[in-house]
Unconditional design. Structure first.
Length: 337
């Protein structure tokens, strides 16, 4: 498999005021299990804030779109079946994602920022999850579930696959902004579940969090663009195993200075930092436990203020009853050097 040349320059930085939040609308962040979308997380490479990629279902397909941070300029990148887990390269030129079956086998692909030059990277058995570029774009890390679970890295041209770690329920791997470590969640090498980091060569496994399995658990590790902190979601064990009710927390790489960024009375999906590090994109859902109504991508400041939607699926639902949603956001970095 050969790597295509990357496309031209990414879109220029774009900033604008956020759309206002409707009166009485609580930012209850939807668990993607409720949306029938698998959850993932990753990292935001540093830079200026570019476009936000997300996944939208349509009948039996799932396609990747991008949109500017003010909600304008929506662009469709895929139109060929099930496409999940979009994640931007550090230069903002390409995305890596999964293409194939929703519940069964799928493969890692890359695609240009405007939907051209699609390239297949892997040829695997089993179900793959959470692909993510290295800072140089030369490698991609991903999780594989097949009897057991593994985290692998592979060159972006599909060669030189290397195993990083094995264990149970390994998920959400992503490179740190400097490429030295990989963060992930799960039970590596038989250890208790938590959020971990590891060197890209599989050495120096380090635990970041240890949750009480009877009371809470941790999900969705997300590197801050400074590379010195990790954002994650601490879920409270509730009445339904389909939801995650809890807090967004930030922790230093040595496990110290853990603090709550914001608390919501609702359900979480994976957060993603903006490349500038001052905002977080996540998913807001209006739903019951039995059915979904609509969901939009929101962005908020780290303290929970200045909330606003960038998609309008819930507005459509309230206007004409259309049930649709957006999920799995990833924020494009635009290099400033």
């Amino acid at each position: 498999m050969s790597q295509e040349n990357v496309e031209g320059e990414p879109d220029p930085p774009y900033t604008c005021p956020m759309k206002p939040v409707r009166r009485g609308l609580l930012l209850a962040v939807g668990a993607l299990a409720l949306l029938a979308l698998p959850a993932t997380a990753g990292a935001a490479f540093p830079g200026a804030n570019g476009r936000i990629a997300y996944v939208e279902p349509e009948l039996s397909t799932y396609d990747i779109y991008t949109v500017l941070p003010d909600g304008s300029g929506t662009e469709r990148l895929t139109n060929d079946g099930v496409n999940l887990y979009p994640s931007w390269s550090a230069n903002g030129y390409r995305l890596t994602y999964l293409h194939g079956s929703y519940y069964g086998p799928n493969q890692v692909f890359t695609i240009g920022a405007h939907g051209r030059n699609k390239v297949q990277v892997t040829d695997e058995k089993g179900r793959l999850r959470s692909p993510h570029f290295s800072p140089s774009g030369g490698r991609i890390v991903y999780a594989r579930w097949f009897d057991n679970s593994w985290i692998f890295t592979i060159r972006s041209d599909g060669t030189d696959r290397r195993r990083v770690v094995t264990g149970d329920y390994l998920d959400s791997p992503s490179y740190s902004p400097n490429g030295r470590r990989i963060a992930f969640v799960g039970e590596p090498n038989g250890r208790r579940s938590g959020i971990w980091t590891i060197e890209a060569d599989g050495s120096h496994l380090h635990r970041l969090t240890r949750a009480d399995g009877d009371k809470n658990f941790d999900l969705f590790p997300e590197w801050a663009p400074d590379g010195r902190h990790v954002l994650f979601v601490r879920c409270d064990v509730g009445a339904s195993d389909r939801t995650c009710e809890g807090d967004l927390k930030l922790i230093r790489l040595d496990g110290s200075h853990r603090r709550t960024i914001t608390s919501f009375f609702g359900h979480f999906s994976p957060p993603i930092f903006s490349p500038t590090g001052d905002r977080v994109a996540l998913v807001h859902i209006e739903a019951s436990l039995d059915d979904y109504f609509c969901a939009d991508i929101y962005t908020i400041r780290l303290g929970g203020s200045d909330q606003g939607p960038i998609t309008d699926y819930c507005e459509q639902f309230h206007n004409d009853g259309t049930r649709d949603f957006a999920g799995q956001p990833s924020w494009q970095p635009i290099p400033t050097r």
